[in-house]
Design a binder for this molecule. Structure first.
Ligand code: SF4
Length: 699
């Protein structure tokens, strides 16, 4: 007899919109996905990934039992597929992993380890992971892909406001007068948010400014589309600010009451006239003036941006200059108004919130703050390392220098996401020990010594926090394949073993029986989460942090009374040109990014039916460049930079500006990061994935 179909409410595992989904389950399969119409943040809307892309959970290549490398201990380690591993029991694999980690700690100290937590895993998984890394291994060398997507937004907003999250909820978009979208291909990267933005424009007559080198779909709805040259964002934003000041569009009352730094800031705008911006950005001065007036005269305006702003060697300056615009015009701290970095992965906000960063405990409490540290030491019963750890790319540097001896990678794929991949892979090949924990084999797993099979979002309980700070539940809907276990269970098993080997039995506490208990411990130590519990989320579907007490309603928009740093700070910045510009040998700019049908390193979407729709990498090239090179759509071409070379098919399109080619970064066989460079933003240490020089040749 066929099993009856059941419905399980959960949260989409792809992007930071955090859409609520109803999965129909029959015979342990997800047979259909719908969206509830009465629940935020998506109110019945889903994109193609959420509706049709969850079949990866049933893919036959799921990791189902632990694996140990056959040629264990031989360096340099070769990247090998599953055939290079042998099956192991959980006992053997965990014992071996614990032994290797403990030996590194005993011989070289905890700082000889680097740990990657996961923006795809739950808040509870990540809290426990950082507790293990900090409390047992005694290092703060923990980071994740937020470093590679929005670290610059975090740095810039911390400097100006003292808080780095989106300041507004998605629901507030529809009531705004003016929307400014920059560096975001919203229709493809945050599709459901783009529908709310378009609704605001089409139905509610909001005015839209789009600032982007690439002619994205959002530009078709814009009153002002400012197509600036790649890497010139700071000049554009400074020029908008200059017009706002020059033409008396500042909100003086707001500046007097809530902002500091005006005197030092104003003189730094002087040179940034719209005429200068026209020279650098290639946008007519008059259009810049008009756009500045539109934003500056709005009663309610908000800014939204994506990785086009943050993945840059001047990403922090970009975020600062956007926050400066909001402060000058008082467009922050009221419903709808604010500054909103659209976060990428499903739980990249939550992974950072849960302490998956090298300098902070959960809730952005500094590891260098003695009082904070003592709080965690008392609760966990351990002494903690006061030294902030290394970022992802600094870990690569430290590994190259022999300072880092081992990696623990949970649910990340740095061997696709790091820039200058040839270099990063060479470093990985020489590490003393690599522990890899995921649901599929991928480019990072190929370098592992031990592989631990985890379960997917549909097979476990926990919470994700979406881009607008809304904490939402995921629920187990199907049983996991083979012997795969939830990340939090694996971490506990491993932590207890390492504690045992280091002679610190039971000290940090790894005896949780359900993710709800893990959340409760994190909330107890993290004031903004103290009013949230799994029980409350069952009743209310989602709560925006900060939520300091059970009777607090949560906070859809931030900064109504004050900023976390006290007053908002207008911050002077100046323009620096990109780290690598085209020249005779490498005459084109390469920009990388996402397409609608795929997700990040492709580990999930390339194992879903979405891959049938978009099965290979296509490099987008403007018709005029294509004509000069004799290239047509479908031709195979080579793309070469100073770091490496790949082969792809061409797609001739006016979306990319003349002189710039665009390449999606989801495809291992044509990995965009073979070409990118590791030049970094000096504050945020984020690499530049949007501007490097390449040459394109027809094959
Ligand atoms: Fe999932 Fe994002 Fe699409 Fe919503 S917009 S269905 S969260 S991928």
């Amino acid at each position: 007899m066929r099993e009856a179909e059941i419905k399980v409410r959960s949260t989409c595992p792809y992007c930071g919109v955090g859409c609520q989904i109803d999965m129909q389950i029959r015979e342990n399969h997800i047979t259909r996905v719908d969206a509830p119409f009465d629940v935020a943040p998506n109110y019945g809307r889903l994109c193609v990934k959420g509706r049709y892309g969850l079949d990866y959970t049933h893919h036959p290549s799921r990791l189902t039992y632990p694996l140990i490398r056959k040629d264990l201990g031989i360096l340099p380690r070769k990247p090998v597929g599953l055939g290079g591993f042998r099956r192991a029991s959980w006992e053997e694999a965990l014992d071996l992993a614990a032994e290797k980690l403990a030996v590194i700690v005993q011989e070289h100290g905890g700082d000889a380890l680097g740990a990657f937590c996961s923006a795809k895993a739950t808040n509870e998984d990540n809290y426990l992971f950082q507790k293990f890394i900090r409390g047992v291994l005694r290092t703060n060398n923990i980071d994740h892909c937020a470093r590679l997507c929005h670290a610059a937004s975090v740095a810039g907003l911390q400097i100006t406001l003292g808080s780095s999250a989106m300041s507004n909820s998605i629901a507030e978009m529809k009531d705004l007068e003016v929307l400014l979208v920059t560096g975001s291909n919203t229709s493809e990267t945050h599709p459901v948010i783009s529908t709310f933005l378009r609704e605001a424009v089409v139905k509610n007559r909001a005015r839209l400014i789009v600032i982007d080198p690439r002619r994205t779909e959002m530009s078709r709805f814009a009153d002002f589309y400012l197509q600036l040259k790649p890497g010139t964002d700071v000049v554009m934003f400074q020029a908008l600010a200059q017009v706002i000041v020059q033409d008396g569009l500042v909100d003086q009352e707001f500046l007097d009451a809530r902002v500091e730094g005006l005197e030092e800031y104003l003189p730094t705008l002087e040179g940034y006239t719209p005429e200068y911006a026209e020279e650098i950005c290639g946008v007519p001065a008059e259009r810049i003036r008009e756009a500045a007036h539109l934003y500056g005269e709005a009663g309610t305006a908000a800014i939204y941006w994506g990785m086009g702003i943050s993945q840059s060697t001047h990403g922090t300056d970009n975020a600062i200059s956007l926050a400066n615009l909001a402060l000058l015009t008082g467009n922050v701290g009221r419903p709808g108004t604010g500054v909103n970095p659209l976060r990428g992965q499903n739980n990249v906000q939550g992974c950072s919130d849960a302490g998956g960063l090298p300098n902070v405990f959960p809730g952005y409490q500094l590891v260098s703050d003695q009082e904070v540290r003592e709080k965690f030491e008392t609760h966990w019963g351990v002494s903690l390392n006061p030294q902030p750890g290394l970022t992802t790319m600094e870990m690569v540097d430290a590994a190259e220098q022999g300072i880092i001896q081992g990696y623990y990678v949970m649910g990340e794929n740095p061997m696709m996401s790091e820039p200058d991949l040839h270099h990063a892979r060479q470093v990985m090949a020489n590490l003393g020990f690599v522990l890899y924990q995921d649901i599929f084999m991928n480019e990072t797993g190929e370098y592992a010594d031990v592989i631990l099979p985890a379960v997917s979002f549909a097979e476990k309980a926990g919470t994700f926090t979406n881009s607008d700070r809304r904490v939402q539940l995921i629920r187990p809907a199907i049983t996991p394949p083979g012997e795969a276990r939830p990340d939090w269970v694996i971490i506990q098993e491993l932590a207890r073993r390492v504690e045992d080997k280091l002679g610190m039995i039971g000290s940090a506490g790894f005896a949780f029986e359900h993710p709800a208990e893990i959340w409760d411990e994190m909330a107890e130590l993290t004031p903004p989460f103290q009013g949230i519990s799994h029980g409350r989320l069952e009743r209310e579907s989602g709560v925006h942090w900060p939520c300091p007490s059970e009777d607090h309603p949560g906070t859809p928009y931030l900064f109504s009374e004050s900023f976390p740093r006290g007053k908002g700070k207008l911050t002077p910045i100046s323009y620096r040109s990109p780290a690598e510009l085209p020249d005779e040998e490498y005459p084109l700019i390469l920009s990388t990014g996402r397409v609608l049908y795929h997700w990040h390193g492709g580990t999930l979407t390339r194992r879903s039916k979405l891959d049938d729709i978009y099965p290979e990498a296509l490099v987008e090239i403007h018709p005029r460049d294509a004509k000069g090179l004799g290239v047509s759509t479908g031709d195979r071409v080579s793309l070469r930079s100073r770091r490496g070379r790949i082969e792809v098919k061409a797609l001739v399109s006016e979306r990319s500006p003349i002189g710039t080619v665009f390449l999606p970064f989801h495809f291992a066989e044509a990995a965009a990061n073979i070409l990118t460079m590791d030049a970094r933003d000096p504050h945020a240490k984020i690499p530049d994935y949007k501007v490097c020089a390449v040459v394109l040749e027809k094959l």
